[in-house]
Design a protein around this ligand. Structure first.
Ligand SMILES: [Zn+2]
Length: 455
């Protein structure tokens, strides 16, 4: 790092420190740095107090919730543990679409709310509102996550980011100047990447030398393959924070090999912010429990035990303007029975398995998740990217982007045999070759998509 870099970094750190001194999220960040080390009972008590306040606000000011609580006899003041929510129906994306502004509290100034959107990849476009309290805690948790990955504000960082929505602030001369001078950021828009754009991204990253690279999983994986194919050795961040899509163990190994640095996976969504993040012990993802209450439920809405996949249902504890109480995210995750050896009291997720829509139900009724397919491709050569689309219960379309060393006949035979032997013999498989695979409207890349209802 040159002297100029150091002076620039120090100036940014000082500027941000002064700014945070009188911003709520600066204080929140300091709080979260301490609270993450509390023992779990203390964290749970804190979490429950916040939950009670949220339920009280929802009951008093949002008729939708008042009716819902009354129907199941839930009295906010009598909630003494998160388990007291069992019995309250989960909130679906379809309900948010149907009720929209009826979920807004009557006692907030609507002009001061931030409106956000999501849903391109789930087929449920949603609009929702967040208040200043939510935003402050959400930003504080973002900062905590970067710190968990070893990044300190002021250091150089880079984003390989596929969301067109997020990219707006980084476009044009003004955005680029602010990125360079104020945020010390290199922003690479990876929406709908092709090979030459990736090669250009590798050259930019080699010059920029970021302390941390924040990336969509699929973008990082594509870049890793290109770096290995072309023997590029100077893309060397100190850490990578992956996000937005499922990080499989194979992808993690590939990224570690290609970039020679640790990978920190982050799980979250636009509706509730960051939900879980890895620490440097890499034993799973710590649930960021001060801000989001996470439940893992089975099909009957009952909690699943650690070690088993459950539907992720989240209650954000900060958004009093439009509370999302027991919000069905559409994701599946597995809780760990073990505490992390780092000593933090925040509970651990063993893994985030994927979206419910990533699951493929075989003709005999077996559920196969995305990783089943990544394993099939483990022995093939020259496949740059793949996507599995279940068109009917029996028909799988496999889209492939060939790279150097690709042998169509061998690859297709190997994959088809693997699917029929280890998945289900009744699957019919067809293949299509593409130059590249476009992501969904949100920029997220799903490598398994089922168009068939599950069970
Ligand atoms: Zn830990």
């Amino acid at each position: 790092m040159s002297l100029l870099d150091r002076i620039h970094g120090a100036a940014i750190r000082t500027g941000f420190a002064l700014w945070y001194g009188w911003q709520p999220y600066g204080r929140h960040t300091a709080f979260l740095e301490r609270s993450q080390w509390w023992p779990w009972p203390q964290l749970e008590e804190y979490q429950t107090a916040k939950l009670r306040a949220l339920l009280t606000q929802a009951y008093a000011n949002i008729p939708f919730y008042r009716q819902r609580f009354d129907e199941v006899g839930l009295c906010p003041a009598a909630v003494h543990a998160p388990a007291d929510l069992i019995g309250l129906p989960v909130l679906t994306k379809a309900e948010i679409q149907d009720h929209g502004e009826n979920l807004l509290a009557r006692n907030v100034d609507r002009r001061r709310l931030h409106q956000d959107h999501t849903g391109g990849s789930t087929g449920h476009p949603l609009a929702f509102y967040q208040d200043a309290g939510y935003t402050a805690w959400c930003n504080a948790d973002k900062l905590r996550c970067y710190r968990l990955a070893g990044y300190r504000l002021g250091q150089r960082w880079a984003f390989l980011w596929g969301s067109d929505y997020d990219a707006q602030a980084h476009k044009g001369h003004r955005g680029q100047l602010a990125d360079r001078l104020v945020y010390n950021t290199l922003w690479i828009d990876t929406f709908d990447l092709d090979v030459e754009m990736l090669a250009a991204a590798a050259r930019q990253l080699a010059r920029w030398r970021p302390r941390i690279l924040v990336a969509y999983v699929s973008s990082a994986v594509l870049l890793a393959r290109l770096v290995q194919e072309r023997g590029i050795v100077n893309v060397l961040p100190h850490a990578i924070q992956t996000s937005a899509e499922v990080l499989t163990p194979d992808d993690r190994r590939l990224l570690e090999e290609a970039f020679g640095c640790p990978i920190f996976d982050r799980y979250g969504c636009r509706e509730v912010g960051n939900i879980a993040h890895e620490c440097s012990a890499h034993q799973g993802l710590h649930v960021l429990a001060e801000n989001n209450l996470l439940e893992l439920l089975d099909e009957a809405d009952q909690p699943v035990p650690p070690g088993q996949p459950g539907r992720v249902v989240v209650t954000n504890l900060n958004n009093h303007a439009m509370p999302l109480i027991r919000y069905e995210t559409g994701d599946m995750a597995v809780a760990s029975a073990q505490p992390c050896t780092c000593g933090r009291g925040l509970p651990l997720l063993e893994s985030v398995v994927g979206r419910v829509s990533d699951l493929i139900t075989s003709p005999s009724g077996r559920l196969l998740h995305g990783e089943f397919f990544t394993h099939l491709f483990y022995k093939t050569r020259g496949v740059r990217q793949f996507r599995v689309i279940q068109e009917t219960r029996h028909d799988l379309l496999i889209e492939l982007v060939p790279g150097p060393g690709f042998d169509q006949a061998t690859t297709c035979n190997l994959v088809e045999q693997g699917i029929q032997q280890h998945g289900d013999p009744a699957f019919r498989v067809r293949f299509e070759l593409h130059e590249h695979l476009a992501p969904s409207a949100s920029g997220k890349y799903q490598f398994t998509i089922s168009r068939v209802p599950h069970l």
